[in-house]
Design a protein around this ligand. Structure first.
Ligand SMILES: [Zn+2]
Ligand SMILES: [Zn+2]
Length: 370
């Protein structure tokens, strides 16, 4: 029998790998490599599977599935917020009814967990409801003053096709919220809101508090499991399977024992440890963005510069026409197109970020001034 932990590990690795291949494989950085090849093969297989599915299932069901998928992925909807609520209420309930009873034995301090939950839910709620920096006609002039166009990714006179307003530097139109957002970072399904100039630090608070909450819960449940192993003498017990084979204690046997006898605690442990690791990595990534004064949108433009290179390569040949391209892209005459091409073809680690003012000024700008 395959170990449950091994299955969970393989599932997580597969999920992360496939997600990365599907999301990143289309960009030029990977397109001609083996990740791009795997993405093409994966999409072909999915297309064939989809075609076979469509032939076997009635049209009305296909249309229903398509509508639900579009609603969840491409509209503002509370589905993921409800999932967050379910995880918080479910996790808190398991903690209250299955972990707290051990507290007089392991000498823990129960109120800490609830303080972490309260902080996390507060950040979540404010981040979900606060205006991320929606650029309307009334506030447009104010947002235009925030940042100077860098001449590479942001030009001076680019108009948003939908909002019919000149895009301020560092802004982007969110197709889900259907509005341009100042200092656009990304659209976050967890909080069902864009992350932009006005709520970015609240978003940081949310992901950091989630990481701390999950890691703390992982630690407490680990202590509870250690207490159970020691107090019940699980290390010295003999174990017998359904076929009558005898086993001595091992990590695999103890894991299976705890899964069978304490399933809710095991589910809580697996959930918070995986979320804790994921949110810690995500928080570290955003620390890097803050220290270098980048948004996720700008990082992606640097790391996956496909769109910019394609735009340049599609223009007619000749120095004159390339100059026009550069002028249109940069909105100014002082940028040499050759220099622009060279800049955007380098990796993000090799070039300095345009809004980087040094670590302390970056921190001040992101966490205090915005
Ligand atoms: Zn717009
Ligand atoms: Zn949005």
């Amino acid at each position: 029998m395959m170990d449950f932990l091994l299955m969970a590990f393989l599932y997580t690795v597969s999920f992360v790998t496939i997600s990365y291949i599907v999301i990143a494989g289309k960009y030029e950085y990977h397109r001609n490599g083996w990740i791009g090849l795997m993405r093409r093969n994966l999409l072909s297989a999915m297309y064939l599977a989809g075609s076979a599915f469509e032939r076997c299932v009635p049209v009305s069901i296909i249309r229903g599935i398509s509508n639900i998928t579009n609603y969840i992925l491409f509209t503002r909807n509370p589905c993921v917020q409800l999932l967050y609520g379910f995880l918080v209420i479910g996790g808190s309930s398991i903690y209250t009814f299955k972990v707290i009873p051990f507290f007089d034995k392991i000498n823990a301090f129960s109120v800490v967990e609830y303080v972490f939950i309260a902080i996390n839910v507060t950040f979540f709620w404010i981040c979900s409801t606060k205006d991320p920096g929606a650029i309307t006609a009334a506030h447009h002039a104010e947002y235009m003053k925030d940042y100077e166009p860098d001449g590479v990714y942001y030009s001076t006179a680019q108009e948003c096709y939908t909002c019919k307003l000149v895009k301020p530097a560092r802004s982007k139109h969110c197709s889900i919220c259907d509005v341009c957002i100042s200092r656009f970072d990304h659209h976050c399904s967890w909080v069902n809101n864009c992350i932009g100039k006005r709520n970015y630090k609240l978003f940081l608070g949310f992901i950091i508090s989630t990481a701390i909450l999950c890691l703390y819960t992982t630690f407490v449940v680990t202590v509870v499991f250690a207490y159970i192993v020691v107090s019940d003498g699980l290390m010295t017990m003999k174990y017998v399977d359904l076929d009558g084979r005898h086993y001595t204690a091992s990590i695999r046997i103890l894991t299976q024992y705890l899964l069978v006898h304490y399933p809710l605690l095991a589910i809580l442990f697996l959930t918070v440890s995986l979320f804790g690791l994921a949110m810690s990595g995500f928080s570290l990534f955003h620390f890097y963005l803050v220290l270098t004064n980048q948004t996720t949108n700008e990082f992606c433009k640097r790391f996956f510069p496909a769109k910019h290179r394609i735009r340049l390569s599609r223009q007619p040949r000749g120095h004159g026409s390339r100059n026009k391209v550069a002028k249109r892209r940069t909105g100014t005459d002082k940028h040499d197109p050759a220099q622009v091409t060279q800049k955007i073809t380098e990796t993000p680690w090799q070039i300095s970020t345009p809004y980087n003012k040094g670590v302390w000024k970056n921190i001040r700008e992101v966490l205090i001034q915005t």
